[in-house]
Design a protein around this ligand. Structure first.
Ligand code: ADP
Ligand code: MG
Length: 740
């Protein structure tokens, strides 16, 4: 068996299993080996029904009887009931809102049920137990194990072997498991299936070559690949499983660091445009701003201008809270670029491409740039899906003019338009620049060397890159995903901003909050209302989020609370055109209240919107809440944020209080990581990091170790010629990172 073989080559799969595997992202044998358990269970922990007591968390093996779904006559919530029987008796099972359960399990199915024992003596039941089908052999194993444990007098958990795992690989893979791995499941692919599939793969003949050099494993006390694979799936001890997880976490961060480090090294060899504008001109350009740059802006500008002079392509990330003034910094970099002539040319200028994630933002940057460049005699272009524009117009030098796409592309190609703003399409095939020297990317997470090199292929050199983000991320994550970029923080807000008033709204205070909003609406301000869902939950779907939805809440607000105001809705299921139209209406103040999902998170700027109400606030991460709140700090008017939690738990209250008091987004991002774990970091899906890799981010030492080792290898062996296995991994990771 080969690790790159497709699963289908070795296992006969039903269609449901095929689709479940693809949902879980498992294509190859290797993918399956890297599908790690979420937890482990010990065979000896099963309880007997006869001895259960209320309040206890129990795991019981038995057969299902008489499952049946009814609608609660009062609540109309479907309720499923039935029984679980083992040799000692039977207990009632009860589920709310999971009507499919009765259909999924036939009478007499052998399962393991895990749940909380509820009810009073004589009327005990298991509430919402999780069920897992098991085979008779497995049940036998559990029983056998229990006997063994009883005989040896050892406790059911821990204590079997104190140090390491004395088994050899082949002993381990042919042994009966002590701990049972429980995997993320999808319909058709149960933990049982994964366990037996992995058992079939893990034979003594299987060759697992370790790409990580032995010295590194030794230095950090990490298990080899073959041990780690066995320990992850069939551990003898929980601590073996933990050692395995640590290795895979290290491995992932290490590969990413190698891939990024290599990109950085390759880029360092490229020639970059030398951009040098006279100090006086830069000072004059900044002097014309309607404000004095903050200290942080000045520092960032200095760093960028320093990079641009070096003759190597710049790779810099500018990270600053919403409203910290990143656009002005980008404008100075753009100014320096367009003030520089192409080499060996006595006319024309170098060019700038400024990319924004949405049309509406591109349009906003276009307007800002027109103001910043008011005194400069240069053309600025805007390319969007719905039209192309140029400033200034030929006939009126204070006006924007609409032009054809073909015309704009021609002027970009011959260099007559030095600054072009647009969406991602801006750097794609059809757009040719004459001297593209600087690429500015706003709120776009990754834009790597290979993309820049492909741009350079069309052009003369690799352009400088200024990437900008307001997504506050913890340091470990920044080191990991932006390992190839130099980092500058804009950690100072422009002066004169009023501090946003953040209120946590209790149910009894909801009315008062609406009245405060109304008072502001009456003075002409606008408001956002954020809901966690788009639609009402589907009553037939289990686990559906019982949270406020954009559509229903908009209807309710219009009917009961704000009939006199114009409401619009915005959510991710709308087409880009619809979204843009809604945002345009809102930015022109043609609608007063925008009821939306968290899609408004990304950099939309409507200075007149000074209020935001966030429903179901505990469902969002702290940094996400901070981002949302950032929507209303754009102006000098007093801004308000009303945070409305659904539940009143203590941890919710604590988290939300942190939001009210925190100074900046970075502080909140670190808190998110500690309190909720990496899985909840906003935007995590886009980074292409697995769950286990994300776990590593809580461990700064591990991330730094992986980074140090990766850098050492790149310095010693840039082509990775002595590390052919590593080279393969690096290629694979480079590909993942650039899947946008
Ligand atoms: P972001 O960092 O979120 O992209 P922007 O660049 O959109 O922020 O700036 C937000 C607002 O602050 C803009 O209206 C901008 O003109 C203004 N601004 C930027 N820098 C300063 C400054 N130093 N002093 C006062 N206002 C500023
Ligand atoms: Mg911005």
């Amino acid at each position: 068996m080969n690790l790159r073989d497709l699963i289908g080559q070795h296992f006969r799969l039903a269609d449901t299993q095929k689709s479940a595997l693809s949902k879980l992202g498992i294509k190859t044998v290797r993918n399956l080996l890297y599908h790690f358990p979420t937890r482990y269970e010990r065979g000896g922990e099963e309880a007997q029904i006869a001895g259960l007591a209320s309040g206890q968390e129990a795991s019981i093996i038995g057969t299902l009887e008489k499952l049946e779904t009814k609608k609660g006559w009062k609540s109309r919530i479907p309720m499923t009931e039935g029984f679980l029987r083992d040799s000692s008796g039977r207990i009632k099972l009860r589920w709310f809102n999971q009507p499919y359960i009765a259909k999924m399990y036939a009478e007499g199915t052998l399962v393991k049920a895990v749940g909380k024992v509820s009810g009073s003596e004589g009327k005990l039941y298991l509430a919402n137990p999780a069920l897992q089908k098991i085979s008779a052999t497995e049940a036998g194993l559990f029983a056998e194990q229990k006997q063994l444990l009883k005989k040896s007098g050892l406790p059911a958990s821990g204590g079997l072997a104190e140090t390491g795992d004395p088994r050899t690989f082949s002993e381990a893979v042919s042994a009966k498991p002590d701990l049972f791995a429980i995997y993320p499941e999808s319909r058709g692919i149960t933990s049982l299936w994964v366990r037996s599939a992995i058992k079939k793969i893990l034979t003594p003949e299987l060759k697992l070559e370790d790409p990580i050099p032995k010295e590194i494993l030794k230095k950090y006390n990490l298990p080899s690949l073959s041990s780690a694979i066995v320990w992850a799936h069939q551990p003898k001890e929980l601590k073996n499983a933990e050692a395995a997880r640590k290795r895979f976490a290290f491995e992932e961060v290490f590969f990413i660091q190698l891939a990024l480090g290599r990109e950085r090294m390759l880029l360092g060899r490229e020639k970059g445009f030398i951009i040098e504008a006279p100090q006086n001109d830069i000072a004059a350009f900044m002097h014309a701003f309607p404000f004095e740059a903050t200290g942080a802006q000045k520092k960032a500008i200095e760093a960028i201008l320093g990079d641009l002079r070096l003759g190597r392509p710049m790779s810099r990330l500018l990270e600053g809270d919403v409203g910290s003034g990143k656009t002005a910094v980008a404008a100075v970099a753009a100014y320096a670029t367009v003030a520089t002539r192409p080499t060996n040319q006595s006319f024309g200028t170098l060019q700038v491409a400024y990319m924004a994630p949405t049309e509406i933002l591109a349009k906003q940057h276009f307007d800002s740039f027109i103001k910043f460049f008011e005194r400069e005699p240069i053309n600025i272009g805007l390319i969007t899906g719905s039209g192309c524009y140029k400033f200034p117009s030929k006939t009126d030098k204070n006006k924007i003019t609409s032009i054809s796409r073909a015309q704009l592309l021609k002027w970009v190609e011959n260099g007559e338009i030095p600054i072009v703003i647009g969406t991602h399409a801006l750097i794609q095939k059809t757009v040719q620049f004459k001297h593209l020297a600087l690429v500015v990317i706003d709120e776009q997470h990754r834009f790597g060397t290979s993309q820049r090199r492909s741009l350079a292929k069309k052009h003369e050199q690799v352009p400088h890159l200024l990437s900008m983000t307001a997504t506050p991320i913890p340091r470990t994550l920044a080191l990991t995903i932006y390992g190839d970029l130099d980092l500058t923080l804009l950690d100072e807000m422009p002066p004169g901003r009023k501090k946003i008033i953040t209120e946590i709204v209790k149910p009894a205070e909801r009315k008062a909050a609406y009245e405060k909003i109304r008072t502001q609406l009456q003075t002409g301000r606008q408001a956002y209302v954020i809901c966690p869902r788009i639609d009402e939950p589907d009553p037939d779907k289990a686990f559906a989020l019982q949270a406020k939805s954009v559509k229903a809440e908009a209807k309710r607000l219009k009917k009961d609370i704000f009939p006199e105001y114009a409401l619009d809705i915005l959510h991710s299921k709308m087409t880009p055109k619809e979204k843009d139209a809604v945002m345009l209406r809102f930015s022109k103040n043609e609608s007063d209240i925008l009821v939306a999902t968290s899609v408004v998170e990304v950099g939309v700027n409507v200075p007149n919107a000074t209020m935001i109400m966030i429903e179901g606030a505990e469902r969002f991460g702290l940094s996400q809440l901070h981002q949302l709140r950032g929507r209303v700090v754009r102006s000098t008017h007093q801004a308000y944020c009303f945070v409305v939690p659904e539940s009143r738990g203590e941890s919710t209250a604590k988290r939300l209080t942190a939001l009210a008091s925190a100074k900046n987004g970075f502080e909140l991002a670190e808190q998110d990581l500690l309190q909720r774990g990496a899985g909840d970091l906003a935007g995590r899906k886009q980074w292409g990091i697995s769950d286990i890799g994300m776990e590593a981010l809580r461990n700064l030492k591990l991330v730094e170790a992986a980074r140090t080792e990766a850098q050492k290898i790149i310095v010693e062996d840039p082509e990775l010629s002595a590390h052919s296995l590593l080279a393969t991994e690096v290629v694979a990771h480079t590909k993942v990172m650039h899947m946008e």
